[in-house]
Structure formats: structure tokens, C-alpha cells
Design a binder for this molecule. Structure first.
Ligand SMILES: Cc1ncc(COP(=O)(O)O)c(C=O)c1O
Length: 391
């Protein structure tokens, strides 16, 4: 059967980036470009690479153990048991190339093509593509607004569960709106997962950045450790996004499958980067305390300054802006974001966070230092001021 040049259906299903249009408009701007579209931090990590006493000269250049570097795995088993209260076995931890790789491996390990995964929405955009790249069907369930409006989360979820539903993906604190799921809501999700015998993928990469309420791992609830894979990231906790170290934890049998997926995609995570991750864990407590305090102050300042409405995020590093008042029907926020790009500021378009959010945009308030952030907010406000509302 002739095949070339047809590509895989899974690759075809992946959405193209919306940023090309914004970059075109950005090219017309000649000053300081302020990138508020990406989820990163301007803070240097707690330990920089040149300060590290890398150990095991030959080991740094050799293939590393497929599960992860033993001292890091040991330390994470301890961290997850004590801090997250997840009763994980030693073989229930897998080091991955960031949480992105962890989630990709988890979806591959747990779900079959044609299975459905419920995404509590608005959701982190890449989870949709991760599912689609494995021919798993993402099913969006608008969650934050109904829950904040006092609807019973059980009612919200009830209609989403169908015969091919195999898993629920949740992110707390959530990217993009910073919602921190409280114990009651987590309990309801847990009850639904148990009643329908579903897997749960818990994305807890922002566990260290909670400003109101407390972070609780759903896998620590009764009966949940055996059906939940939880992912974490050094990118978010310690400002080490470029180092690509994250990890997944879960029940041993499922994690053996995650390990196979990880080994068949990257084999192992570079050991030097795992050593940097361990150093951050060992010495990073002051960094976390300072970063959390600074992020919270910045969140409050930016929320007060920005013209567009948004709920106060309880955690994470984003404001999710409702730009509907500036978008004529039936447009999405792209027109507004193009004008903002022409003023030298990039925001993330809302559509990839869920179908219902085409008129929204996400702003990362930790991506640049406070002075540039203020400049960026002033430019966004100036653009919004010139666009008639309700046009
Ligand atoms: C909610 C969420 N999950 C996962 C990731 C992936 O993080 P990593 O850099 O560890 O791959 C991100 C990164 O932005 C994120 O925001």
C-alpha cells in the first residue's frame, strides 16, 4: 500500500500553534519585547550549574538507570510519602523529562486509542495534544466557573462520564486560572473515579505556589493511591524549566508501564540534570519561601493594575483574563492579542485552554522581573483602553 507522503492521523490531529500570527505583529515592534505568554520565572534557580559539585565523572556521560538516578529517586520517595502523603513504593517513582514527558508516558501507559480522557477545563493546553498524539479523545468539562458559582462538582462531572471514559485529568493549582481544589471537591472527583473505575491523572506541578488554601494531593485520599498517577516538575518548583526534570508517582504496576514508556521514548533523563534537581531539593527551601512571597505580592499588584477582569488565582503563576468585552461577536481574542503583540507584549491565546475560552488570554506574572512586568501591564492596558468595549 502506498503511504508516502501521508502523515499519521495522530500528528494531523495535533493543533498548530496560534503564535505565528502574534509573531507577525510582534515583528512590527522595535522596543523591549515582554514575553508574558510563557509559564516561566525570571528568578535564578536555588543552585546554579557552575556551583554544583557534580559527582561520578564517568557516570555523567554514561547511560543512567532507566528509573532515575538512585539518590534522587530515594529522596523523592521520601518527599512524596511525607509531604504529599501518597503511600508510594520505591518502584512507584519515575524520573522523566519534565512533567510533560511524565504525562505523555502516563497517558500511553494507561489509555488505549479511542478511550476518552475527561479534562477539567480550563486546562493546560498540552494535555489535549498529549492525548491526541496517542489517539485518545479529550473531553472537556468546564469546571472552574461552575464550581466557583457553587454548583455541585458531582453534577458537573456526571454528564461527562461515558462508556469510553477511562481517565480524569485534573490540575491543582490549575494552569491557567490558579484554582486550588479543596478537599471537598477532590473527594467528589475521587468518588466519581472510584464509582466508574477510572484512572486519575493529577497534575500538581504548582504544588509549591499556593497563596490561599492548602495543596492536597488527590492520591492521598482513601482508595485513590491505587488509581492515580501524580506528576511534579522541577521546572515550576525551582525555576529549572530548561533542565527538563520532572517525575511521576503512582501504583507499582502502572508505574512499571510508565517506565516502559519513558525508556522507549528517552531511555533516561541526563544524570547531570538529576544531580542539579537533587541539589535544588536539598537546598531550595529558602528559594521556595522567597519565591512564593514575591509571586504572591506580584499577583496582587498585577491583579489590581490590569483592566481586564479575572478571578484572583489561589495558586500558580498566571492571571486568566476575560477579554470578551473587547472582542466583537463572533470573534475570539486573537484580534486583541495581535494589537497587544504590536505593542511588544505576548499573551497566550485562550482557545487552547478550552473551547469555551476563545475570548480569554493567559498572562504569566512571573516570566519577567517586576519593572518589565509593570511596563507590560501598562502597554496591555493602553491597548485595551483604545479598543471600544462591547464592540
Ligand atoms: C500544568 C502544567 N503541567 C505540566 C507542565 C509541564 O512542565 P515541565 O516543564 O515539567 O514539562 C506545565 C508547564 O507549563 C504546566 O503548566
Amino acid at each position: 500500500m502506498s503511504r508516502h507522503p501521508r502523515l499519521s492521523a495522530a500528528a494531523d490531529a495535533l493543533p498548530a500553534s496560534l503564535f505565528a500570527r502574534l509573531y507577525e505583529r510582534l515583528a512590527r515592534f522595535s522596543g523591549d519585547v515582554i514575553p508574558l505568554q510563557i509559564g516561566d520565572t525570571f528568578l535564578p534557580p536555588p543552585v546554579r550549574l557552575p556551583e554544583l559539585p557534580f559527582t561520578g565523572d564517568r557516570e555523567l556521560y554514561a547511560y543512567a538507570p532507566p528509573q532515575g538516578w538512585a539518590p534522587l529517586v530515594d529522596r523523592l520517595v521520601d518527599k512524596v510519602r511525607t509531604r504529599n502523603r501518597i503511600p508510594v513504593a520505591h518502584d512507584g517513582v519515575q524520573i522523566t523529562c519534565g512533567a510533560t514527558h511524565a504525562l505523555s508516558c502516563a497517558v500511553g501507559a494507561l489509555l488505549d486509542p479511542g478511550d476518552e480522557i475527561v479534562l477539567l477545563t480550563p486546562h493546560w493546553p498540552l494535555i489535549r495534544g498529549i492525548a491526541q498524539s496517542r489517539s485518545v479523545i479529550p473531553v472537556e468539562v468546564p469546571f472552574t466557573q461552575p464550581v466557583l458559582a457553587g454548583e455541585d462538582p458531582a453534577d458537573v462531572l456526571r454528564h461527562a462520564i461515558r462508556p469510553r471514559t477511562a481517565a480524569i485529568y485534573l490540575c491543582s493549582p490549575n494552569n491557567p486560572d490558579g484554582l486550588v481544589l479543596d478537599e471537598h471537591t477532590l473527594g467528589v472527583i475521587a468518588e466519581v473515579a472510584q464509582r466508574h473505575d477510572l484512572w486519575v491523572l493529577a497534575d500538581e506541578v504548582y504544588e509549591d505556589y499556593v497563596y490561599e488554601g492548602a495543596h492536597r494531593s488527590i492520591a492521598s485520599l482513601p482508595g485513590m493511591a491505587e488509581r492515580t498517577i501524580t506528576v511534579y516538575s522541577f521546572s515550576k518548583s525551582y525555576g529549572q524549566a530548561g533542565m527538563r526534570v520532572g517525575y511521576a508517582v503512582g501504583p507499582s504496576l502502572a508505574m512499571a508501564a510508565v517506565r516502559k514508556m519513558a525508556n522507549h521514548s528517552v531511555y533516561n533523563v541526563p544524570q547531570a540534570m538529576q544531580q542539579a534537581a537533587l541539589a535544588a531539593l536539598d537546598r531550595g527551601a529558602p528559594f521556595l519561601a522567597e519565591a512564593r512571597a514575591r509571586y504572591q505580592q506580584t499577583r496582587d499588584r498585577v491583579r489590581a493594575a490590569i483592566t481586564a477582569p479575572c478571578v484572583l488565582p489561589q495558586g500558580s503563576t498566571y492571571l486568566f483574563l476575560d477579554l470578551s468585552a473587547w472582542c466583537p461577536e463572533p470573534d475570539c481574542s486573537m484580534g486583541v492579542l495581535e494589537e497587544i503583540a504590536e505593542a511588544g507584549v505576548l499573551l497566550a491565546p485562550g482557545a487552547p485552554f478550552g473551547e469555551a475560552y476563545a475570548k480569554w488570554a493567559r498572562l504569566c506574572f512571573t516570566a519577567v522581573d517586576p519593572a518589565r512586568l509593570d511596563d507590560g501591564i501598562a502597554r496591555v492596558n493602553a491597548v485595551l483602553a483604545r479598543i471600544p468595549r462591547g464592540r
